[in-house]
Design a binder for this molecule. Structure first.
Ligand SMILES: NC(=O)c1ccc[n+]([C@@H]2O[C@H](COP(=O)([O-])OP(=O)(O)OC[C@H]3O[C@@H](n4cnc5c(N)ncnc54)[C@H](O)[C@@H]3O)[C@@H](O)[C@H]2O)c1
Length: 392
């Protein structure tokens, strides 16, 4: 692409993002990509600095710190990243008290109260465990774990800690899902869900860290969002006893880029997720969701619009800025009425189950909900009886 065209497209993207997210957030997203070293905020000593961040990449810069700065009384304490320049640019832009040289310096800082983990997927669980073992409040981005061992160790730490843990799964906190909830939970009789998601994901190059074998595939990296949202919606009614999982791959050589996952359950639910990433969506990830539950029909268009039909009644909501739930999810450590952690545990078990299915190329399998939950508790008890050694 020639340079003038490239600049025009970047300007167009900025304008488009401003219409979707508002100017401040759109500019913040652009600054997060360029990170000019001269943009520094003076450190404020009026706010008590208690929030630290591990992993200072795009999401930390464009979203997490943006919302924390906007809403929190607490100030920023330590920024840490394996890439020091990332930590410096984030730390200087948001006025962190210190750019930590080691992760121990973050974890053992006496003023640390709330730890945000926004690093690569394979590192989430170990950092979250380290925070919980120090009885801190921990916000860990999705996925909370990419292996079963990590997940069990994290579950043990969550049960043993006097701190708290929150996950970065944000769709349940979106305005569209919040508006939809009373329509479902006030139904007089329990019904079956018909859910259909169509997701246009980012194009991820072959050398991107998401592709590394230990990072859990795009099932953990991306599709976990809609697996988690499905568990959240099921929990509005009651969880099924089993979930039959079927997967169709467009190209078995790239199994997690273009695929359809379906869930059917003993409660006659029918869920389909089409995830496709054949070309980069100019406005970022795009998602459409259809739901039917008894006489209720709902359509969510990219978390910018919700339409609900019930019999002859029809209502429309527009969400400007677009709200996939980032803001409210990021603020979980400072809010009451957060979703239950056991939902995140179950959605993680199902996500790891689907991921294993993708890795083995299996087309069909069945996830037994009570058996998986029993196995989780047995593994947790076993580990508590004979602790292992994850530490920082
Ligand atoms: N909830 C959401 O909607 C959402 C959206 C985007 C990203 N995310 C999540 O946010 C996290 C970061 O994603 P991103 O888009 O900012 O990626 P990114 O590549 O821009 O940033 C990751 C950062 O982590 C740093 N890092 C890598 N390994 C590390 C380690 N072991 N310790 C400390 N730092 C390390 C990298 O140097 C980089 O600066 C991921 O978990 C991602 O899934 C969530």
């Amino acid at each position: 692409m020639n340079e003038p065209l490239g600049i025009i497209l970047k300007m167009l993207k900025l304008v488009r993002f401003a219409r979707i997210y508002g100017w401040q957030r759109a500019l913040n997203k652009a600054i997060a990509r360029t990170r000019p070293h001269w943009l520094r905020r003076r450190i404020s000593y009026r706010r008590k600095a208690t929030i630290s961040v591990i992993g200072c990449g795009q999401f930390a810069f464009s979203s997490v710190c943006f919302f924390l700065r906007r809403h929190c009384q607490n100030g920023f304490l330590s920024a840490y990243d394996v890439n020091r320049q990332q930590a410096q640019s984030l730390g200087h832009y948001y006025g962190f008290r210190e750019i930590a040289v080691t992760v121990d310096a973050v974890l053992n800082h006496p003023s640390l109260a709330v730890l945000y983990i926004l690093s690569n997927h394979a590192s989430h669980a170990a950092y979250a465990i380290a925070g919980l073992q120090r009885n801190k409040i921990v916000y860990v981005e999705k996925p909370i774990a990419v292996t079963r061992d990590q997940f069990i160790e994290l579950s043990v730490a969550a049960r043993q800690s006097s701190g708290q843990v929150f996950a970065g799964y944000n769709r349940p906190y979106s305005e569209a899902i919040q508006v939809l909830k009373p329509y479902v939970i006030t139904q007089k009789t329990a019904g079956s869900f018909s859910l259909n998601y169509v997701i246009n994901g980012h194009v991820i190059p072959p050398d991107h860290w998401y592709r590394r074998p230990d990072e859990g595939t795009r099932i953990c990296g991306n599709i976990g969002h809609w697996i988690d949202l499905t568990i959240h919606l099921f929990a509005w009614r009651s969880l099924p006893d089993w979930i039959a999982v079927q997967i169709a791959y467009a190209n078995p050589d790239e199994p997690d880029d273009n695929l359809v996952i379906t869930f059917t359950t003993d409660q006659h639910d029918l869920v389909s997720m089409l995830f496709t990433s054949r070309a980069e969506p100019f406005e970022g990830v795009r998602e459409v969701m259809h739901l039917q539950y008894n006489d209720l029909i709902a359509h969510i268009d990219d978390f910018r619009q919700l339409t609900v039909h019930q019999g002859a009644k029809r209502r429309n909501w527009h969400f400007t800025p677009k709200d996939v739930g980032h803001e409210r999810a990021v603020l979980q450590p400072f809010c009451a009425d957060n979703r239950a952690w056991h939902e995140v545990e179950l959605s993680t078990l199902l996500m790891l189950f689907v991921r294993d299915q993708v890795l083995t190329g299996q087309a069909m399998s069945r996830f037994d909900v009570p058996a998986e939950l029993r196995r989780l508790e047995a593994d947790v008890e076993h580990l508590i009886a004979s602790p292992s050694t994850v530490s920082f």
